[in-house]
Design a protein around this ligand. Sequence first.
Ligand code: CO
Length: 500
Amino acid sequence: MIEKLKQLKSKLAEVSDLYSTAALLGWDQQTYMPPAGAEGRGHQLSTVSTLAHIKFTSDEVGRLLEDLKGPAAELDPDSDEARLIKVAARQYEKDTKVPPEMVAEFAQVTTMAHQVWQQARAENNFEKFQPYLEKIVALRRRYADLFAPYDHVYDPLLDDFEPGLKTADVQTIFNALRPQQVALIQEISSSPQVDDSFLHQPFDENKQWDFGVEVITKFGYDWKRARQDKSVHPFTTNFGIDDVRITTRIMPEFFNPAFFGTAHEAGHAFYELGVDHAFSRSPLAGSASLSIHESQSRMWENLVGRSLPFWEGFYPHLQEYFPSQLGNVSLEAFYKGINKVEPSLIRVEADEATYNLHIMLRLELEIALMEGSLAVQDLPEAWNSRMHTYLGLTPPDDTQGVLQDIHWSSGMIGYFSTYALGNLVSVQLWDCVNRDIPDLTGQIRRGEFAALLNWLGEKIHRHGAKFEPQELVERVTGSKIDPNPYMHYLQTKYAQIYGF
Ligand code: CO
């Protein structure tokens, strides 16, 4: 067995190297590549990804996994070896079930759909995008059917982002969350509103960059193993456990995006930097799921970065950076301003209180599309009516409605719920870490983050992709993903800010 496991690990390491190479090409594409490089880069990415796919789905890997099945059953099911074999076998089964023709057709349709979506969004023309989205929905249904029998046609799609999670689980969670979120927003909107106009004024871009760097350095960002660069859409990627990259975007006349985006991406980076080095170049060197990843970013962005203790420590320093903008803004006014709740049409601009409603809307529509109970042509109307029910707003056009997000044009159906689940998990973990580190609030006020980062490293980061998301959350918190801690957090926070 030891010899076979060694052979498997060596094959998986090569696959991992190829995926890391593709990630590096992708990072460069979004940061430094000159625009004319796009075509060549497309070929390179496609070649490297295809090589990785061929290597991973080879008969040799299949045989090794098959041969290791028996011996693996004898191992401690929680051992790294047993988990590595389990995770690799699961991925192998998935990847080999999809015929290469379907992979090629999906790539071709989504490449076209992405271009058409960009035009359709610019021209506010949903009808232009409609036939492409119809093709994508049909292809995703065919994809799901490869994994039949399933409880729900949406399950195989969700499973790609949240291993082991079922549509029914997410629906149960969201059904409990929805009425409470709607009620909270109504309570906030009937209270005196918060002023955040001081956040919308010129802030020197270099100073914004420097302040963000200073804060994430205090958080514990390891510049020997990680970088930060600029890109249009902020993201985190890595080419190994010791080479993690985040990007940020600076708005010259709005404080929030660069700072909170930097804190968010640093949270993602801590996860990737914290994986056990023993998992290097293996399928375990990832994350449990996207929701667990997002729980880390939202924690540093919101539970740390939008908290009063954090700014009690850092606000005087921020005022030194921006004396003319913030010199006359009190700490209390600043804290309220960065936490202003305002139902808006655009998900990426949503505050903590309204964010999840944007996600629920998309999940419900995706499920209806996959079930066939909603036709693509009726999507804009379904979008607008839900937007009105949940947030009291009606998009003036489809550009600010159904066409706003990139995901569907890229074929990513099944992705959205991970954002909301990440919010829920972040607070479940936060409650635990506060129990384990009773002085956490004081530490945050003093700008000390080592104990928090160590706790996350120990409980979450080091395990990489070893556990499925529900399993990991239950191991750490004692319960599965639960909406109640998050609602309690929101209600307490906003009752204080809005005075109800
Ligand atoms: Co994120």
